[in-house]
Design a protein around this ligand. Structure first.
Ligand code: TRP
Length: 455
């Protein structure tokens, strides 16, 4: 295979601030906000989860996002190399690179299950387009979904197709591939979510949905909820494994990282809340179970599409957009994997994208079979399937701890002088606030949430 100098950071810069913004929002807004968040609210007890999630995103997620983008722009290389270099520069230790290595591992694991679930949304495109889901009751769409999950062959096909769609743009490089896709689809996705919310407001049990999402229920806040919400905050913002390190490396100097980060966080929260507001009124109006689990979006929204006028069209468009939202996130999982190896091994960017994608695809079978032939297999005992374990390990352990390491690095290791310049806050007050959050609040909060789980 030929070697290619054009890999890694040399792959260039985002062509504009808008393009970067769309790519970063594209990375964070994905299955995490539209598929995972609603079902985690459902299994995590409704508004309690929502409350803790919002606190985590603002007090922990936002400062770590700023830290990660800043480190990326300071290092301007692949995630591992950036940490090795900056580690040497500020502490004389290259071992910081290990954080990048763990991040690559987490990226491969997340990509493996992400592609399986994104495959479901690809599969739902023809299902809605052909009208076979029209007019079904909640119970019937639930059965249709379970029948679909019980067919490993079909799942394999869609999983493969989605992984292929992920590999191609990453193989082609950041600008020609990723940018072009994201700039038009993000606005479209938001619009459609708004339409769905309006529909849910008219046809669904809007009050029950809103009460479920927003009525404060502090009593339901347990350590389990805290950990799950912390993990979800990291997952939904794409932080903790090096995605934003890799994206920050392509960031032009003039872009304000704090401002951009606020926009990214706002977009992630907005999508998650819109998805919840579209789904739960339909859940309650149709007697569906809010703690249905990973099938929630597929079952509930299909009921809505089946009942609304023009639902086949709306439904098709929705699942197309969901698949694209997933795609702009999955490329951001493959990108740091490629960037981590580019330049260190004599393989082209394209070869690395194929290898990374295929490894994740093969690992994906652990998840794929968790929903059918291995649904009763519980590695390490307990009730968790392979999918549950991979999800738990990545979201609840690797991302939070990776994020804490990045926060500590940006807060304690990088000198104050350099970090002031690199982060680029306009106001000294916000700089100090950020610094306290990454030095003390985020590390203590996150470690407490993770450790609580072991007792
Ligand atoms: N944030 C994406 C979502 O919500 C998933 C994702 C993409 C991700 N890149 C990441 C999660 C990096 C953690 C780290 O769907």
């Amino acid at each position: 295979m030929q070697s290619n100098d054009n890999a890694g950071a040399a792959a260039g810069q985002w062509s504009s601030r808008f393009a970067f913004l769309m790519a970063a929002i594209g990375s964070s807004v994905g299955l995490g906000n539209i598929w995972k968040f609603p079902y985690m609210i459902g299994t995590g007890g409704g508004s309690a989860f929502m409350l803790v999630y919002l606190i985590c995103v603002l007090a922990v997620g936002l400062p770590i996002l700023i830290a990660e983008l800043t480190l990326g722009r300071m290092g301007r290389q692949g995630p591992i190399e950036t940490l090795v270099d900056l580690g040497r520069r500020y502490s004389g230790r290259a071992t910081w690179g290990l954080v990048g290595c763990v991040g690559v591992l987490a990226a491969v694991l997340i990509l493996s299950f992400y592609s399986v679930v994104a495959g479901w949304s690809l599969a739902y495109i023809p299902k809605l387009l052909t009208g076979q889901m029209s007019g079904l009751s909640g119970a019937e769409t639930g059965k249709a979904f379970n029948d679909f999950l019980a067919d490993p062959l079909a799942l394999t096909f869609w999983h493969a197709l989605f992984m292929l769609l992920t590999i191609i743009p990453v193989a082609r490089g950041i600008q020609s591939g990723i940018e072009k896709a994201v700039v038009w689809m993000m606005p479209l996705l938001f619009s459609l979510l708004v339409v769905l919310c309006i529909y849910a407001g008219i046809e669904g049990d809007f009050t029950a949905g809103m009460v479920y999402l927003f009525k404060p229920d502090f009593g339901a806040v347990t350590w389990d909820v805290v950990l799950a919400a912390t993990g979800q905050a990291f997952f939904s913002l794409s932080i903790g494994l090096g995605t934003m390190l890799a994206y920050g490396a392509y960031l032009p100097g003039g872009v304000s990282i704090p401002r951009t980060s606020v926009v990214i966080v706002f977009a992630a929260i907005l999508t998650a809340v819109l998805a919840g507001a579209a789904i739960f009124p339909i859940v309650f109006a149709n007697g569906l179970n809010p703690s249905e689990g990973p099938g929630l979006v597929f079952v509930t929204l299909t009921v809505a599409f089946g009942a609304m006028p023009g639902g086949a069209i709306f439904g098709t468009v929705f699942f197309v957009l969901l698949a694209i939202a997933a795609l702009t996130s999955s490329v951001s999982l493959l990108e740091p994997i490629v960037a981590a190896f580019a330049g260190r091994v004599r393989l082209s960017r394209s070869a690395l994208a194929w290898i990374g994608g295929i490894v994740a695809w093969v690992l994906g079978f652990l998840t794929l079979f968790s929903f059918n032939i291995w649904s009763d297999v519980h590695p390490l005992g307990g009730t968790r399937t392979w999918f549950d374990w991979i999800d738990f390990l990545t979201s609840n352990i690797l991302l939070p701890l990776g994020g804490v390491m990045l926060a500590l690095f940006a807060g304690w290791v990088v000198t104050r002088q350099d970090s002031v310049a690199a982060v680029g806050f306009e106001s000294p007050f916000f700089y100090s606030l950020w610094r306290i959050l990454v030095r003390v609040v985020a590390p203590i909060g996150v470690v407490a949430a993770v450790v609580s789980n072991f007792f």
